[in-house]
Design a binder for this molecule. Structure first.
Ligand code: ASP
Length: 429
């Protein structure tokens, strides 16, 4: 048996948590390949090491001294080393990094040092070998992972050994460090599991698995015990924060089961994805909810039939304005696109104006300040009931998209919370 165990930032935030991690790793001899994030927040007002490193980079770039900030970062790892009594001279690594810093240091390199230092310390703590992510995880210049080369490199480096490798980064063809997007250590863990044909990818986090709704909005939501890979991908894409969206594909390709577990409740069942066990259905067939907000809806209504190429033209225009589309549909009444929108209201308006000029005669309607409530359902029979419950809560459903295995309800962002509570109540009672 081989288990890849990835520990997130909250599992590594302080010495007490490092002790929990060691207990978990030594509790099962299958856990021979460990992937670590950088130390995360110890409490709500604390800083993640990665955030401090990005801040340090900004200081360097503008010629502002960053010694104080660096001391803060160093002291976190020194405290963990001392409180866990790890026999490892981390000062040498800290000094080497600090001495290498200059205005030309890349943000990716500096940000990656949080994981690098955590992995060095963790390897010493567990008595495992440190394998730098730079020596196996390879990217091309566009930032795509070179899967075959990376897998082959890790296979020969791991080769039956017990190892700790840093998450979040790898190497470009010219030897420079390159990072994934934020939260990317999940992807590293998934790639390591795929590379080594692991029996399971354990993703250890600070929640006991994926919950059926956001616990900040719904009181004590039910945990989801089993999911299929497509269901997890849909939930992650819709805003469930537990696992990075791109971490599903590598394990899915090789059908490696993924187990999301809590470092703080290691005996809890967690969420199992892609295991053979039959999926447990709630009485109503609704598995859970996720939300994406704020979003905007763009509709292009043509006086006659919609040309097939119209969708591509609209997408090209949105790309030009750097607006992300996460759902699009072409129907008899025209095109409907759901767009991620944050601060870029100007870009949205400019794109809508450009489309009005481009498709003269068509109606281009932009609706902002919406939210998408995704309901993951194993059958469509519950959708009308959910829709009715949302409407009855006073939140009109502006648009409904059925995307098996689920449905997306577009509501006003300001009414998202009441819509979620009503839908959850209708599904789970
Ligand atoms: N440390 C990185 C971040 O904070 C990567 C990770 O934790 O997965 O985003």
């Amino acid at each position: 048996m081989l288990a890849i165990a990835k520990f997130g930032g909250s599992s590594l935030s302080c010495a007490a948590n490092w002790k929990r991690v060691r207990e978990i790793v030594t509790g099962d001899i299958a856990r021979r390949v460990i992937v670590v994030s950088a130390a995360g927040k110890r409490h709500a007002d604390d800083h993640k090491i990665t955030d401090l490193l990005y801040l340090c980079h900004a200081h360097l770039r503008y010629g502002v001294p960053c010694w104080e900030l660096w001391r803060k970062i160093a002291s976190r790892y020194l405290a963990i080393r001392d409180e866990c009594a790890i026999d490892y001279p981390i000062e040498d690594d800290l000094d080497a990094i600090y001495e290498s810093l200059s205005a030309r240091t890349s943000a990716d390199f500096l940000a990656s040092r949080g994981e690098y230092l955590a992995a060095k310390l963790m390897a010493a703590y567990l008595g495992f070998s440190f394998v730098d992510a730079k020596s196996w995880l390879q990217f091309d210049y566009t930032g795509n992972v070179l899967q075959d080369a990376s897998y082959a490199a890790l296979q020969s480096l791991a080769d039956g050994r017990k190892i700790v490798t840093p998450g979040f980064y790898g190497v470009l063809p010219d030897g420079r460090v390159h990072t994934f997007p934020r939260g990317g250590s999940d992807i590293t863990g998934s790639l390591a599991a795929a590379a080594l044909h692991a029996d399971v990818y354990e993703n250890w986090t600070d929640v006991p698995g994926i919950l059926a709704a956001d616990p900040k909005i719904v009181k004590r939501p039910a945990p989801i015990e089993t999911l299929s890979y497509p269901e997890l991908q849909l939930l992650s894409a819709a805003g469930t924060q537990v696992l990075h969206e791109s971490a599903v594909a590598p394990v899915r390709e090789r059908q490696i089961p993924l187990h999301i577990r809590s470092t703080f409740a290691p005996d809890a069942p967690g969420t199992r994805i892609g295991f053979d066990a039959p999926a447990s259905l709630s009485a109503s067939g609704v598995i859970g909810f996720a939300g994406r907000r704020p979003v905007s809806m763009l509709r292009v209504i043509f006086p006659e039939n919609t040309e097939e190429t119209a969708l591509w033209e609209v997408r090209a225009c949105l790309n030009e304005h750097r607006i992300e589309t996460f759902h699009s549909a072409c129907g008899v009444e025209g095109l409907c696109l759901l767009l991620s929108s944050g601060a870029e209201a100007d870009a949205l308006h400019a794109a809508a104006e450009q489309l009005r000029e481009h498709f003269s005669g068509a109606q281009v309607k932009l609706r902002e300040n919406l939210a998408v409530l995704l309901a993951l359902c194993r059958s469509t029979k519950d959708i009308p009931k959910l829709s009715a419950a949302i409407e009855a809560s006073g939140a009109p459903v502006h648009h409904l998209v059925q995307t098996p295995p689920g449905a997306m309800f577009c509501v006003n962002d300001s009414q998202y919370e009441q819509a979620l509570r009503a839908a959850y109540q209708a599904a789970f009672g």
